[in-house]
Design a binder for this molecule. Structure first.
Ligand code: PEP
Ligand code: CO
Length: 449
């Protein structure tokens, strides 16, 4: 019997090899935190999770487009109203550009309210010439470069739960309470973006949208309706710390079935997608929409097994494959994957992560990504899908609403020497607000033509 034909429970992952888990020094303390969290309120509700799945089903058919974005690694110290608001603003701006200029409804999915755990390629890392245990995300240890701060502390899981809850609370307030109303579309342009070429392009879109709404009002079509006054916004993170994900998993009291209520969507990272591994075992049994990252060295048979294990009913909206192939490889390695998936008739949301295989180390030692490389991978992603007759359904970005200097290039042409000016990420380099908006305009251009 293959491991996955044994019955699933929310704990069955524990019978499988599990990678990328912290070495918790005090197991009793860990179990106490997890036991406690398993009695706390869920962060999201099964009905919302199903609503997202329906929207993703549309994205898999080309009737909607997914924007998934946010920090590589959320930082507890940055769980503040301004930081959350600025990230939300850029995602809303990108969505407006793609909806209005690109002509597609947009599914807005944050890498937010729970993106606190990171897989690492090595157990130790060099910081300022000193070897330290790797930082594994704020839910595990602290990024502070001293050995004591790097010891995994289960209290951080508890703190992560409350940080996610307060983030989600503000997001719900913003998106339901008028902040995200399309009548405020002008107010989402950040001050530091407004005077830039991207800010001006955005202003033009916002103006047209305002005029369209004014026209509707003039002829008596009400604009005070939820479709205009509210935004639908969803959350996601990498399902990495399986003890936490298990603690947040609940049986739906209305429709039945198990849901991981830590976020609406969860994904499996490139490092933990082993077919017999614990992460695949855990996620196969929850009803959330799930994602799987696919890197350039994928094995086609292995990807097919993943698809059939994670989505045996071929349900549309259930599975998003997030390809992160690198601008140098994508042209060669994406077509065989698309051809086989098409031949098999798999229902998949194809999403492009143009970040994770385009990272380089600048001479200063800072990790960066070039805006042109990112754009090249995105362009090739669209062109390859179109030539193979498959559907480019979404984009997965590491981005922030702040004016950071982490990725080079873009309209302001950030160069390697500028990176240190405002390099704030605790993990991978993110697009800043202006660069993110530029990506949205480029995609709008492509999907319109
Ligand atoms: C990430 O999304 O931050 C990440 C670690 O990606 P991947 O698993 O694709 O390397
Ligand atoms: Co990352």
């Amino acid at each position: 019997m293959s491991p996955q034909s044994a019955p699933w429970t929310k704990s069955s992952w524990q019978q499988h090899p599990v990678l990328q888990q912290p070495n918790w020094p005090d197991k009793a303390a860990l179990n106490q935190v997890l036991g406690d969290l398993s009695n706390r309120p869920p962060l999201v509700f099964a009905g919302e999770i199903r609503a997202l799945k329906d929207l993703l089903a549309k994205a898999s058919q080309g009737e909607a487009f997914l924007i998934q974005g946010g920090d590589c690694s959320e930082d507890f110290s940055q769980v503040t109203a301004p930081k959350i608001r600025e990230t939300l603003k850029v995602l809303l701006q990108m969505a407006v550009v793609l909806t209005y200029a690109g002509g597609k409804p947009v599914v807005k999915l944050g890498r937010i309210a729970g993106q606190f755990a990171k897989p690492r390629s090595a157990d130790t890392e060099m910081v300022n010439g000193v070897e330290l245990p790797s930082y594994r995300g704020d839910m595990v240890n602290s990024a502070e470069p001293i050995a004591a701060a790097r010891i995994p502390d289960p209290n951080r899981i508890r703190e992560g739960y409350y940080m996610a809850a307060s983030t989600l609370n503000l997001l719900r307030a913003f998106t339901r309470g008028g902040f995200a109303s399309l009548q405020r579309v002008h107010a989402w342009n950040q001050e530091f973006v407004a005077q830039s070429p991207m800010g001006r392009s955005y202003d033009r879109v916002a103006k047209q949208l305002s005029q369209a709404m004014q026209f509707m009002e003039t002829i008596g079509i009400p604009t005070d309706i939820p479709q205009i006054r509210q935004a639908q916004f969803f959350t996601s993170h990498e399902a990495l710390l399986l003890g936490y994900e298990e603690a947040m998993t609940r049986e739906d009291s209305t429709g039945g079935g198990w849901y991981d209520c830590s976020a609406h969507m969860l994904w499996i990272g490139e490092r933990t997608r082993q077919i017999d591994g614990a992460h695949v075992e855990f996620l196969r049994g929850v009803n959330n929409p799930i994602g799987v990252k696919i890197g350039p060295d994928y094995d086609l048979e292995n990807v097919k097994q993943l698809i059939e294990t994670l989505n045996p009913e071929n349900e549309a909206g259930r599975l998003t494959l997030i390809t992160r192939l690198g601008m140098k490889n994508i042209e060669k390695v994406l077509p065989p994957l698309l051809r086989e998936a098409k031949r098999e008739g798999y229902n998949i949301v194809w999403s492009c992560d143009p970040m994770h295989a385009n990272t380089y180390t600048a001479p200063s030692g800072l990790k960066s990504r070039s805006f042109n490389d990112i754009l090249s991978e995105i362009t090739c992603f669209f062109e390859t899908h179109w030539s193979e007759g498959t559907i480019p359904g979404g984009i997965h970005l590491e981005m922030t609403g702040e004016n950071v200097t982490e990725c080079t290039g873009g309209a302001r042409n950030i160069i390697d020497e500028d990176l240190a000016n405002n390099y704030l990420t605790t993990c991978d380099p993110r697009l800043n607000a202006e660069q993110s908006l530029e990506v949205a305009f480029q995609i709008a251009e492509m999907i319109r033509s």
